[in-house]
Ligand binder design. Structure first.
Ligand SMILES: [Zn+2]
Ligand SMILES: [Zn+2]
Ligand SMILES: [Zn+2]
Ligand SMILES: [Zn+2]
Length: 154
């Protein structure tokens, strides 16, 4: 009987530890201050203390005062989260002569965002047969005139 109980106990412990590892601690969430959102749990099983803030927020809403910003508020306290919500266009090359720097523009406020790539993103023209070398094709970047060669497979 005692052995059987021990087995059950062991299985429960094992299961419990697994739960804790997954973040499902045992105990009751308590508010730290009645009027704020901080909650703590002191796990009865593993002794871990965990703290949570602001559990639920409203949906994101456009900020009427600032273009391209949106905010949401905590449904329980006055906490407010903000983030930008630019509506960036597709990337286009920033300069006419190089293929590393690309830019996006927000269609709402006109803000521009640069991105520089470590390897070029060419705008290749179509493959052409190289008249000077047998069995070779080449193509040229419309922007920076970089060339790429390739063997023609027969
Ligand atoms: Zn735990
Ligand atoms: Zn809150
Ligand atoms: Zn914007
Ligand atoms: Zn190029």
């Amino acid at each position: 009987m005692g052995l059987f109980d021990d087995l059950i106990k062991g299985a429960e412990d094992l299961f419990g530890k697994g739960q804790c590892a997954l973040g499902f601690h045992k105990g009751e969430w308590k508010y730290v201050y009645p009027d704020q959102c901080d909650q703590v749990i002191h796990c009865e099983r593993c002794g871990e203390k965990k703290r949570l803030k602001h559990q639920s927020y409203t949906r994101w809403q456009d900020d009427p005062d600032y273009q391209c910003w949106e905010f949401r508020t905590c449904t329980r306290c006055v906490d407010k989260e903000e983030r930008s919500n630019h509506n960036y266009s597709k990337e286009r090359a920033k300069n006419e002569w190089e293929c590393y720097t690309f830019i996006q523009t927000c269609s709402k406020c006109g803000k521009e965002k640069d991105k520089r790539y470590s390897s070029p993103k060419h705008s290749w023209g179509s493959w052409k047969v190289n008249p000077n070398v047998q069995n070779e094709m080449f193509r040229v970047c419309n922007r920076c005139n970089a060339k790429e060669f390739s063997k023609i497979k027969d």
